[in-house]
Design a binder for this molecule. Structure first.
Ligand code: NI
Ligand code: MN
Length: 228
């Protein structure tokens, strides 16, 4: 079975396979590049990689409207319940697996920060390895390059989604190095072209991925999809 991935701009991704849809890092209504609004999406699950506004902004509203199951680190899950009344949240932590009907969600490290929009402590930033339809997809989240990415890749990844925007996360050089470390079959860029400070040329990135790694690059525009 195929997995369909749609880039909703910035670090927001919609993952669909069979009856299941998963929304990652929902930042839609305030995003200058999102092709849809928070009111337009109906995910079964919402994954939140860390507490920053550009990753959690629309989480509570979407979860409140749809009843989507939110998966985040423990501190963020408690904050969503207490501050925003989210009812269906699972807190986890780095290294843990959460077995779900469609497969598995594994929380992995990311080098970043995670303060919540109101200043609350947001725990540690994370990435996810999502197993769905026998495909393993690594969402690196907001992160720097780190050598333990090799361990994450050793599970065998069908797709890695890596930030390339620079300034707040890895830029192009480090995302190419990260691709060499995790050795995914496919790779797609994220967290870029939202605002001028994180503008990047995705085609230049893709050219380097083709030349310097064994992965196949996908560079959808916001609203576009690809399948693995
Ligand atoms: Ni961030
Ligand atoms: Mn971010």
């Amino acid at each position: 079975m195929f997995v369909n991935l749609t880039w909703l701009g910035h670090a927001t991704w919609l993952v669909e396979s069979g009856e299941t849809s998963i929304l990652v890092d929902p930042f839609l209504d305030q995003s200058p590049v999102a092709p849809v609004k928070a009111a337009d999406v109906n995910p079964d699950y919402i994954l939140v990689s860390h507490g920053h506004q550009d990753h959690i902004a629309d989480c509570a509203a979407i979860a409140g409207r749809t009843g989507a199951h939110v998966v985040a680190n423990y501190e963020i899950s408690v904050w969503l319940e207490k501050v925003h009344g989210v009812r269906n949240a699972t807190g986890m932590n780095i290294g843990g697996n959460f077995r779900v009907p469609f497969g598995n969600i594994r929380m992995v490290p990311a080098w970043h920060s995670s303060g919540l929009p109101d200043g609350s402590y947001g725990g540690n930033p994370a990435g996810f390895v999502v197993t769905i339809a026998d495909k393993k997809i690594y969402f690196a989240g907001d992160t720097a390059l780190f050598s333990d990415m090799k361990l994450i890749g050793s599970q065998g990844l069908d797709l890695a989604i890596l930030p390339i925007g620079d300034l707040f996360t890895m830029g192009i050089d480090d995302s190419v190095a990260a691709t060499r470390l995790v050795e995914p079959l496919n790779v797609a860029p994220s967290h870029y072209n939202t605002w001028p400070p994180i503008q990047q040329d995705a085609e230049k990135w893709a050219e380097r991925i083709r030349r310097e790694t064994t992965a196949r690059p996908f560079t959808p525009l916001p609203g576009e999809s690809f399948q693995i």
